[in-house]
Design a protein around this ligand. Structure first.
Ligand code: KG4
Ligand code: ZN
Length: 456
C-alpha cells in the first residue's frame, strides 16, 4: 500500500449517488453527493426504476468530482469500497458494477460495505476528525515558535493516524440507533481488534421512522423527502396540540414466527428481541391520517401539493449546487424540488397554524418514542454511550432532546454532522478501512444484496 491509505467509497443504495475519498478511515478528502430529490419529489417517494437510471447518469461525473476535489488520480488510490446492501437492487448494482470495473482496471482491492455499518461509521469518522482537529489546535497553541510547533503537529498527527482504530474501551459497548428512511434499528457495538462487532437488539416492526416522516409529509402536501420539511415546520407549531401516543409493544408471543412488515434488512426473528426495544411507526401515520380526515384538512393539503409541484417553482441557487455535483443532469433537466420554509412567515404562507401544530405534535411524539426505547436499551444493556445516525439523525429536535437527556443521565451521545447523517460515500470509505487493514476483500462475484443484514 502507499503511505496514504486512500480509499474511494461509492454509494448508490437508494436515491443518492455519492463518491468520497477518505484517508486511513479518518480524514475526508472529498465527499460528493448527487441527490435525486428533484426526480422523485413529485411521486412522494423513491421510484426504483428512475433511481437506477439517475445513478447511471450520475456515477461517472460524481466519481470524477470526488477525485478532483481530493486532488488525486485513480493511481493514488489503495482500494475501492462500495455499498453492497441493503437497498434497491437496481440502484446498488450501478455502484457495484462501476466499482468492480474500476478496481479491475486499476488492479485495486474491492471492499464490500454494509450500508448500515456505513451509517455507524459516519459517527466514528466525525469523531475521529474532530479529535484530530483538537490535537492539532492544542499542539499549535502549545508553542508559538512555528518550527517547533510544526514538528509537534506532525508527530501528533502521525500518532493519531496510527491509533485511528484504537477505540477507547472505557466507552464501549456503544449503542447505535440507525434511524433512516428504511431502518429504525438498535445495535450494540463492541470493538474487536481493529474492527467492530454488532448485535441487533431492537428494530421497527413495520415502517421506519423516516418512512413515517415521508408519508406524513406527503399526506399533508409537503415535499419529498418529508423529514427536512417537518423538521423546519415543526419549529413553528405547538408540540402538545395533538396528543399522539405510542403504545408499548407488550408481548413476544403474538410476534413469534412473524416476519416484520418492513422493507428493511432481514434480521434475526423478532421474538428473540426484547419487546421494550421494538418500534412501530405505522400507527402514528394512521393517527395523522384520521386527524386530517376528521378536521377536513385534505383539500387544503392537496391544493398545497399542486402549488408546490407546479413546474414554475424552482430555485436557481439549487440548480448551481446540483450542477457542481452532477453537471450532466443540470444541463438537461430543469425539474427542481421545492425547499422547506425557513421562517414563521414563510411557514404560514404555506399552511395554516393547525398544520404546523399537527406536524410539531407528530415530531414530538416520534422523537419521544425513539428516546424512550433507546435510553431503556442503553440502560438495560450497559451501554457507555449512544451513537445516533441515519437521515433522521439530522433532525434538530431529535438532537436537542437526545443530548439533554443524555446529559441528565451522564451518558455520552454522538451524531455525525447533518451532511454525514443522510446518505453519503465518506461513511462507506471509512467503514472499509478496518476491512482493508485485515485484507477482507470482495471477489469478482460480488453482487447486490437488497436485504443484507448487519450483525447477528
Ligand atoms: O439515511 P438516509 O439518507 O437514507 C436511507 O438510508 O434511508 O435517510 C433518509 C430519511 C428520509 O426518510 C428523510 O425524510 C429522513 O431521512 N430525514 C429526516 C431529516 N433529514 C432527512 N428526518 C427528520 N428530520 C430531518 N432533518
Ligand atoms: Zn442510509
Amino acid at each position: 500500500m502507499t503511505s496514504r491509505g486512500l480509499i474511494l467509497g461509492i454509494e448508490s443504495s437508494c436515491d443518492e449517488t455519492a463518491a468520497s475519498v477518505v484517508e486511513r478511515g479518518s480524514r475526508t478528502l472529498s465527499s460528493v453527493v448527487a441527490s435525486q430529490i428533484a426526480t422523485h419529489a413529485r411521486y412522494g417517494g423513491v421510484v426504483p426504476e428512475l433511481a437506477s437510471r439517475e445513478h447511471l447518469r450520475a456515477i461517472v461525473p460524481v466519481v470524477r468530482a470526488a477525485l478532483a476535489q481530493a486532488e488525486i488520480t485513480l493511481g493514488d488510490l489503495d482500494a475501492i469500497a462500495v455499498t453492497s446492501g441493503p437497498g434497491l437492487a437496481g440502484a446498488l448494482l450501478v455502484g457495484i458494477t462501476y466499482a468492480k470495473a474500476l478496481a479491475f482496471a486499476q488492479g485495486l482491492p474491492l471492499i464490500a460495505v454494509n450500508h448500515l455499518e456505513g451509517h455507524i461509521h459516519a459517527v466514528l469518522l466525525h469523531e475521529r476528525e474532530a479529535e484530530k482537529q483538537v490535537l492539532r489546535l492544542t499542539t499549535l497553541a502549545q508553542d508559538d515558535k512555528s518550527v517547533v510547533g510544526k514538528g509537534q503537529e506532525l508527530s501528533l498527527t502521525a500518532l493519531a493516524q496510527d491509533d485511528s482504530f484504537e477505540v477507547s474501551r472505557k466507552e464501549e459497548p456503544a449503542l447505535a440507533l440507525v434511524v433512516s428512511g428504511g431502518h429504525t434499528h438498535l445495535y450494540l457495538c463492541r470493538p474487536a481488534h481493529n474492527a467492530w462487532t454488532y448485535r441487533l437488539v431492537g428494530r421497527t416492526l413495520d415502517d421506519a421512522a423516516g418512512e413515517a416522516y415521508d408519508k406524513v409529509a406527503k399526506l399533508l402536501g409537503f415535499g419529498y423527502p418529508g423529514g427536512p420539511w417537518i423538521d423546519s415546520l415543526a419549529r413553528f407549531g405547538n408540540p402538545l396540540a395533538v396528543p399522539f401516543a405510542f403504545s408499548q409493544i407488550k408481548t413476544k408471543l403474538h410476534l413469534a414466527g412473524k416476519a416484520p412488515r418492513t422493507k428493511a434488512a432481514h434480521t434475526a426473528p423478532i421474538a428473540n428481541l426484547d419487546p421494550h426495544f421494538l418500534f412501530s411507526f405505522s400507527g402514528i401515520k394512521t393517527a395523522v391520517l384520521r386527524y386530517v380526515e376528521l378536521h377536513e384538512m385534505r383539500p387544503e393539503a392537496q391544493a398545497r401539493a399542486a402549488r408546490l409541484f407546479a413546474p414554475q417553482i424552482c430555485h436557481p441557487e439549487q440548480s448551481a449546487a446540483e450542477s457542481k455535483a452532477c453537471p450532466e443532469r443540470a444541463e438537461g433537466d430543469l425539474r427542481l424540488a421545492p425547499r422547506p420554509p425557513q421562517t414563521k412567515d414563510e411557514a404560514l404562507a404555506l399552511c395554516p397554524q393547525q398544520v404546523l401544530d399537527l406536524v410539531a405534535s407528530f415530531q414530538h411524539a416520534v422523537v419521544g418514542d425513539l428516546m424512550k426505547k433507546t435510553f431503556a436499551a442503553a440502560e438495560s444493556l450497559g451501554a457507555r454511550r449512544i451513537l445516533i445516525t441515519g437521515g433522521v439523525a439530522a433532525n434538530r429536535e431529535l438532537r436537542t432532546r437526545f443530548t439533554a437527556e443524555a446529559n441528565r443521565r451522564g451518558l455520552r451521545v454522538a451524531f455525525p454532522t447533518p451532511a454525514l447523517s443522510t446518505d453519503n460515500a465518506a461513511m462507506i470509505a471509512a467503514a472499509a478501512w478496518p476491512r482493508f487493514l485485515s485484507g477482507e476483500f470482495a471477489d469478482e462475484g460480488l453482487s447486490a444484496d437488497p436485504s443484507l443484514a448487519l450483525g447477528r
